[in-house]
Design a protein around this ligand. Structure first.
Ligand code: NDP
Length: 286
């Protein structure tokens, strides 16, 4: 007989395809660093198997899981409750399980907000948000709930930007407007924060969102959601104009920190996560 505990805490992710998602490495590095006996299992769950996967997590007493494409909307029907911002966004990517009860959160926008708050409080700020996909929607809602003064959402397909602007006007106190994005967009005067929430730059260090770079003023906060490569061309251009830059790697790490807080009630070590992702993405730490 031994009094050692051979039962690990279980967490993980449900998505498909999942093989290129590095979150498992990031989370397990942080668990190991902090001496937490927990696993993060990266599961390939096809759309038709989502219900079974959720019931399985419940049956095996997992403390929580992330879900990514294509499950972020569908998973809501299996949950007992959904947090405010996730409910407005209409998508859940982080589920916590406590006493058999499943609660949905959305950490996409919260991860971004945590990065932003390290350099500025969004309350009362004027924001230019580029893109109107899932990431932009989550970020816009969190910025609205955090008291941003005005959010301009620019997208090639303006109807998607308008849908987000309407969501913000309806559910938060922020002003919001949509603009059609064609050609190089000028950053409106008085803008405090510019965010690239498009997929431009993912896996391509020379790709640049069409922005009139001459309108990026010194001191403006410029953020990019792209985690890999973290130093996107957009951020490099912004930095050369003395803007304050925030990368998507930080946003990804914050999502892990927030998820673990919901699951384990513990704040994980960020450095262990950053180092792991940098190693995977093959980037140096400057
Ligand atoms: P979606 O596919 O939902 O949205 C993509 C957006 O990018 C749309 O607004 C699309 O415009 C726009 N876009 C794509 N190509 C172009 C182009 N050439 N010119 C102008 N606009 C373009 O993706 P998500 O919102 O889910 O994800 C966006 C990015 O955010 C991804 O790269 C993802 O890796 C990253 N992400 C990062 C996270 C992090 O933690 N760092 C978390 C979540 C996402 P249109 O509607 O006109 O097609």
């Amino acid at each position: 007989m031994t009094d050692r505990n051979f039962r690990a805490i279980l967490t993980g992710s449900f998505s498909t395809p999942c093989a290129d998602n590095p979150t498992v490495a990031m989370m397990e590095a942080a668990y190991a660093h902090d001496g937490i006996d927990a696993r993060y299992v990266n599961c390939d769950v096809k759309a038709e198997n989502l219900e079974g996967a959720v019931k399985g997590a419940l049956a095996m007493e997992w403390v929580g899981f992330n879900c990514s494409l294509p499950h972020k909307v569908e998973v809501i029907k299996y949950l007992d409750e959904v947090a405010e911002s996730a409910s407005i966004i209409g998508a859940v990517n982080c589920v916590s399980i406590r006493d058999g009860k499943l609660t949905g959160n959305n950490t996409d926008g919260k991860g971004f907000l945590a990065s932003l708050k390290k350099v500025t409080d969004p309350s009362g700020k004027k924001i230019l948000l580029l893109g109107a996909g899932g990431a932009a929607r989550a970020i816009a809602v969190e910025l609205g709930l955090a008291g941003a003064k005005h959010i301009t959402i620019a997208n090639r397909k303006p109807e998607k930007a308008e849908a987000i602007a309407e969501l913000i006007r309806k559910n938060t106190k922020s002003e919001a407007k949509a603009v059609a994005w064609s050609g190089d967009i000028a950053v409106p005067e008085g803008t405090d924060v510019v965010i690239n929430a498009t997929s431009i730059g993912l896996g391509d260090k020379e790709a640049l969102p069409p922005v009139d770079l001459g309108t990026l003023s010194q001191g403006v906060v410029v953020a990019d959601v792209i985690p890999n490569p973290p130093a996107t061309k957009f951020l490099r251009e912004a930095k050369s104009r003395d803007c304050i830059t925030l990368d998507g790697l930080g946003m990804l790490v914050n999502q892990g920190v927030i998820g673990a807080e919901l699951w384990l009630g513990r704040k994980l070590n960020e450095d262990a996560m950053v180092n792991t992702l940098q190693e995977i993405f093959g980037v140096s730490s400057d």
